[in-house]
Design a protein around this ligand. Sequence first.
Ligand SMILES: *Cc1c(COP(=O)(O)O)cnc(C)c1O
Length: 362
Amino acid sequence: MVPMIDLKKQFAGIKEEVLAVVTEILESAHYVLGPKVSEFEKKMAAYHGVAEAIGVASGTDALHLAVKALGIGEGDEVITTPFTFFATAESILYTGARPVFADIDPETMNIDPVQIEAKITRKTKAIIPVHIFGHPADMDAVMAIAGKHHLSVIEDCAQSFGAGIRGKKTGSFGEAGCFSFYPSKNLGAFGDGGLVTLHDTGLGDRIRMLRNHGSRGAYKHEFVGVNSRLDELQAGILLVKLRRIDAYNSRRRENAALYNACLSDRVLRPAERQGMTHVYHQYTIRSPKRDQIKNRLHEAGVSSVVYYPVPLHLQEALGFLGHKKGDFPVSEEAAEKVLSLPMYPELEEKTIREIAEIINNV
Ligand SMILES: *Cc1c(COP(=O)(O)O)cnc(C)c1O
């Protein structure tokens, strides 16, 4: 079976370096928030061109702590996209605030700035754009709207590590950038991990305390926080992969270009806007014959996944928001047509050609 992502192949390429750093950390007996996490945070801040980067336990926590650190809570509203992974909305709900959805741009499947403006009320405190599948959201427009209405912007960069707009990295536009190092993400740990990037070191102080029980240390607690720390092993392994992330992303981009060239015009291929660098966390096509394509691929031993079959406004868990089918038609249409194909740096040219041929024959 051709997998969606081949983490065994990736590990084979870095095995010696990973085993060396893991041994070093195990022997150091320093396992949580130690020197590797500090080094990783410094390198992450430099990579993104921001003042601070803070390691946390997951991408979900990165979002949750960023929303919380901005003082957002009960009675507040946060505007986001319904076409994303569930955690984006959960992070808002954890704080007691309400997620308010704005429909997506049909070309990029990212939040549509025009739809954002229509959703702003006196309760709106922030916007969370998601750089879905690795394509940057329209940050020029999002930042302009946020500036005009005095709203915070928290970027959900879980799928966009290394992506950018005119050379500026996602995660460096808003007040906070929230990253996930879940193993299947472009920069993946060997377990869970996350990161918040920030310009404001005051906000950074709050997030550092929030991740550690509201404490600066020494058992003095200024407010109630959570336990959300990045461990040394994940940071050590991520440092090894960080040295290769730009090469990994370049390979993804080459693979996407080959898919684009081989696939027939009868399937909608992913857009890449002028000036934007897409990192193809997913290579996602759209077709009214999606299910047929998926079945044919499965018969031929090729994996494919529907990200995401149910937009958030139609999720059972969010039924209390009172939405119905038809509320966000562009997201609903995307959910019916999308199909993500195998995509990883080690994917071979011949496999891409074979996959494209199967799809073209449908
Ligand atoms: C993966 C993901 C998250 C959550 O990250 P975890 O590390 O799994 O908690 C949040 N938002 C999006 C868009 C994601 O893809």
